[in-house]
Write a protein that binds this ligand. Structure first.
Ligand SMILES: [Zn+2]
Length: 151
């Protein structure tokens, strides 16, 4: 699926993966308003644009299409690319973790992309990873939950 660049009147810019060119623009992840698709930039070719900022990632499970695998994979990569970018360019660093979900079972403790990424690293799909993150919290957690899962 193609990824397009969208902009909102509030100043938010973000990339979003849609089924096709004719798909309707997604709502702004920042304010919920309608967004407009920006024309593809010729400057992108041959020169790496900075990865999307973490604050442009969807911050709710709903914004992630209820955990749609492709959507989450896209944003997980964006966030990882951004972290890498920020480690090389500290002046662009954002002082917070990007939140992937904050409603429902994540209401009390939002799920971060960082955590989602580490959960999904074992080849699990995002919904499974998120469910495990949620479950570990309910049982008190083991502080990181590394390794001994019989999954
Ligand atoms: Zn907006």
């Amino acid at each position: 699926m193609p990824v397009y660049d969208y902009a909102c009147a509030c100043g938010t810019r973000f990339e979003f993966m849609v089924p096709s060119w004719s798909s309707p623009a997604p709502d702004c992840p920042g304010c919920g308003a309608e967004t407009t698709r920006r024309p593809p930039s010729p400057a992108v070719h041959g020169r790496a644009a900075p990865p999307a900022s973490m604050s442009s990632a969807p911050q709710s499970w709903e914004g992630l299409n209820s955990g749609d695998r492709d959507t989450i994979t896209h944003w997980r990569r964006q966030v990882e690319a951004r972290q890498e970018f920020e480690s090389r360019h500290p002046e662009h660093r954002e002082h917070r973790d990007a939140i992937a979900a904050h409603e429902g079972r994540f209401e009390r403790k939002p799920l971060t992309y960082k955590e989602l990424a580490s959960r999904a690293a074992g080849g699990k799909d995002a919904s499974t990873a998120a469910a495990e993150a949620s479950r570990d919290r309910r049982t008190g957690g083991t502080g990181g939950g590394s390794g001994s899962d019989p999954a």
